[in-house]
Design a protein around this ligand. Structure first.
Ligand code: ZN
Length: 177
């Protein structure tokens, strides 16, 4: 199952999250990539509906092999009902570290017609990186008019994360001395 004793094997994880835009009669603020987007139509769903932050948190759990968002923020932890995506990401990072992993990085890409992301990319990455305590990069694309994202019905996000066993890092560092 595992490699040589003193070899550090990183682990990758994946997370996908989708939220529909809120119905016109029930306007909500848009939270995406840890940022509030003034004047943009918001997304429906639990908490702030931030698919970028949720996918990032899910990818961290996946990489550590300790379940998913539902496992950790389900009905047994009601204190996280309605929590912001940034809060969930920070808590996910804490749980993953408590499980014995360090976080290499997280990469997220969302698919949607709007908002125009480029001008605020750095700001978003800064907020999410601070929450995770590790580099989080965010990119954006469209689906060329196809599917629910192309029709402007919602936004999807996919994330990958890389973690590595903290204990193995320390023991292999000791072996090199
Ligand atoms: Zn979500």
């Amino acid at each position: 199952m595992t490699g040589p004793e003193n070899m550090i094997l990183p682990r990758t994880g994946i997370g996908v999250d989708v939220h529909a835009f809120a119905a016109p009669g029930e306007p909500r603020p848009l939270w995406l990539g840890g940022l509030h987007w003034e004047g943009e139509r918001g997304l429906a769903g639990h908490s702030d509906g931030d698919p970028v932050a949720h996918a990032a948190a899910d990818a961290l759990f996946s990489a550590a092999g300790i379940g998913d968002l539902g496992t950790h923020f389900g009905t047994d932890r009601p204190e996280f009902t309605g929590a912001s995506g940034v809060t969930l990401l920070a808590e996910a990072a804490r749980i993953v570290r408590a499980a014995g992993f360090e976080i290499g990085n997280v990469a997220v890409q969302f698919v949607g017609n709007r908002p125009k992301f480029g001008p605020r990319r750095e700001e978003s990455q800064r907020v999410l990186t601070e929450a995770a305590g590790a580099p989080v990069s965010v990119t954006a694309t469209t689906s060329d008019g196809l599917g629910f994202t192309g029709r402007g019905e919602g936004i999807s996000a996919v994330a990958t994360a890389l973690v590595y066993p903290a204990a193995n890092v320390h023991s292999s560092a000791n072996l090199e001395r």
